[in-house]
Design a protein around this ligand. Structure first.
Ligand code: FE
Length: 223
């Protein structure tokens, strides 16, 4: 997701007012909020996108702006808090942006082609991959995500159990499939039966999107 709306000329000096204009913006949902029913209720998707994801976008922009203000004043008293806020909110924005496009009312089933082949060679097949992802999502202590990510150094897929949005996350990995395991993703509908949610979500996984993300990671980047 290319940065947009960032005007570097607005970065001020000590004598100029600092402002950053909406470097991060909330993407539209690629479907109606009710499109993922009965697996994810319309109200959950509505609140999840319009309130929760929107808050991470707002928080990411705010953290950048406040870091800019710190630079302008040469006052880094609060830098630890601001860097934590930046990591949390940018990661929340990135993962939710992946999450929405990973889902589709026409999703479900099993992957095919290169993605299916890679799941076979890496995990021993789709059922084993699905079991590992579901277990990673189900066993998070607190809030987090299960991710299937591309790890570029070894050039392989890995399953990651991310804490909050950014903890326990391997550097350099790119999420291809993100399953939100925060309570806000399911509690209105599934209450404490979160394993039912983690079983249901496979009915709306958009494998075309996951495969396209994999192909982009594997594509030559050129000189
Ligand atoms: Fe979420």
């Amino acid at each position: 997701m290319a940065p947009s709306g960032f005007d570097i000329s607005t970065i001020g000096t000590e004598t100029e007012e600092y402002s950053v204009t909406e470097l991060y913006t909330l993407p539209d949902l690629p479907y109606d909020p009710g499109a993922l029913e009965p697996h994810i209720s319309a109200r959950i998707t509505e609140l999840h996108h319009d309130k929760h994801h929107a808050a991470y976008v707002k928080g990411a922009n705010a953290a950048l702006e406040q870091l800019g203000e710190s630079r302008a004043k040469s006052d880094f008293t609060t830098i630890s808090m601001l860097e934590t806020n930046l990591a949390f909110n940018v990661s929340g924005h990135v993962l939710h942006s992946v999450f929405w496009t990973n889902l589709s009312p026409n999703g479900g089933g099993e992957p095919s082609g290169d993605l299916a082949d890679l799941l076979d060679t890496t995990f021993g097949g789709f059922p084993a991959f699905r079991e590992q992802m579901t277990e990673a999502a189900s066993t998070i202590q607190g809030s987090g995500w299960a991710l299937a990510s591309w790890e570029p150094v070894a050039g392989r897929l890995v399953v990651q159990q991310v804490h909050d949005h950014q903890g326990n996350h391997g550097q350099g990995t790119t999420p291809l499939l993100a399953i939100d395991a925060w309570e806000h993703a399911y509690y209105l509908q599934y209450e404490n039966r979160k394993t039912e949610f983690f079983d249901a979500i496979w009915n709306v996984v958009n494998w075309d999107d996951v495969a396209a993300r994999l192909a982009a990671c594997r594509a030559p980047t050129g000189p």
